[in-house]
Ligand binder design. Structure first.
Ligand code: V47
Length: 381
């Protein structure tokens, strides 16, 4: 395919020789009007890493509370501590009951996040994880963002290291990538001024990796940020990954404005969505996976993103509430068959995975076992 935007030519040379792209290259890619060439470059990297494989898992979300002291302007999910209506905080038993509604042996992951509740201390999360593991011993617990971990350390008067050791002992297996938003302070001041700084988010992620846990990372785009802020964010994640190697997957999150203080903004367009996926794949040369999160992108854009750099669709995503609260209309929960059909229709090869990207096969009883080590399907560690 002929590259129309000649500014992309030196970048294309770097991509084909595997040379690292600079911040300036990132800006050229993000600003280019030649979407198809940017996408094609990202697709070449994606196919070099993963061939035609497209990953997905069978998972369920669990939000133990939506009560939050942070009141971020970007968020439609949280409810202030003192507000009497619309808030929920599950007891451990209630949380187990909610999780159990949709869990069967095919479900391999619980994605557990919630608000910053001033009264939920570490003991609550220890009991929750222990009880979940007792009830559903095969399930991977991907729980608590960097923001929640940092808050838990200060509200429980513990060091981050102590929090991580205790939660790991209770059953924490890895951490999701939320709460990163955009690292630039001038943007955080506008969208989430009560949240930890970007620098602190990165420090906590480093501690999580030092504690031997894998995590994911995200970027919230399509609000008041610019291309400069997005590329700066990606470069910072790449720097940390050079040091720790602990990120498994990057997820660009498209901003949903409904019911937030930015409800006057339009939702993101397909062009920004696809270009952001592609630029992320090209800039994050040391993060193995790029996720097209269908809940936020919509099923159709997520499918096409599998040709713009993404190699993963996330999962069946039962009971997702954060995007739904902000006007998400992609649906809540897809069957395994529907996800596979989306991938096949996109011309890719579906691979059911666990949270650590090891391929799974469902047994005749519906349970899962690891079919083969991931390096046999052409993936690096
Ligand atoms: O932390 C909040 C963002 C995140 C809005 O790690 C919003 O595998 C869009 O992090 N519009 C939660 N986004 C989602 C998330 C995630 C999802 C799927 C997989 C993984 C993973 C992580 O969503 C929040 C925040 O950054 N968010 N409000 C909104 N109005």
């Amino acid at each position: 395919m002929k590259i129309q935007d000649t500014n992309l030519l030196p970048i294309a040379d770097k991509v084909s020789s595997g040379e690292r792209l600079t911040y300036e290259d990132g800006l050229v890619l993000a600003r280019s009007k030649d979407l198809l060439s940017v996408g094609n470059l990202a697709n070449s990297v994606r196919e070099r890493l993963h061939g035609d494989a497209a990953f997905f898992n069978i998972n369920r979300h669990l939000n133990p509370t939506n009560v939050c002291i942070a009141s971020c302007k970007l968020c439609a999910f949280s409810v202030p501590f003192r507000e009497k209506e619309n808030g929920w905080t599950y007891s451990v038993d209630q949380a187990i009951e909610v999780a159990g509604r949709d869990v069967d042996p095919s479900v391999s992951e619980l994605h557990i996040v919630g608000g910053l509740h001033p009264k939920l201390r570490i003991e609550y999360y220890e009991s929750l994880f222990q009880d979940l593991k007792q009830r559903f011993p095969w399930i991977h617990l991907k729980a608590l963002t960097m923001v929640e971990l940092d808050f838990l350390a200060s509200s429980s008067r513990l060091t981050l290291k102590q929090v991580l050791e205790r939660l790991k002992a209770a059953g924490l297996d890895s951490c999701p990538g939320g709460g990163a938003e955009i690292f630039a302070e001038e943007i955080r001041q506008q969208i989430c001024d009560h949240k930890m700084t970007g620098e602190r988010w990165l420090e906590v992620a480093r501690s999580v990796h030092d504690a031997g846990l894998r995590s994911n990372c995200t970027m919230l785009y399509g609000h008041v940020e610019s291309a400069e802020h997005r590329i700066d964010h990606l470069v910072k994640l790449r720097q940390l990954q050079d040091d720790t190697g602990g990120f498994q997957c990057f997820i660009p999150l498209s901003f949903h404005p409904e019911n937030t203080e930015f409800s006057h903004l339009p939702p993101t367009g397909g062009r920004l969505d696809l270009q952001t996926i592609a630029v992320s794949r090209l800039m994050l040369d040391n993060i193995p996976h790029i996720k097209a999160y269908w809940i936020m992108l919509g099923q159709k854009v997520a499918q096409i993103a599998l040709h713009f750099g993404a190699d993963d669709l996330d999962g069946t995503v039962v009971d997702e509430r954060i995007t739904l609260a902000a006007g998400g209309a992609a649906g809540n929960g897809l069957s395994r068959e529907r996800l596979e059909a989306l991938i096949v229709e996109a011309g890719r090869r579906p691979i059911l995975r666990d949270t650590l990207y090891r391929p799974l096969e469902l047994s005749s009883e519906g349970g899962q076992h690891i079919e083969k080590p991931w390096d046999q399907v052409g993936l690096g560690a």
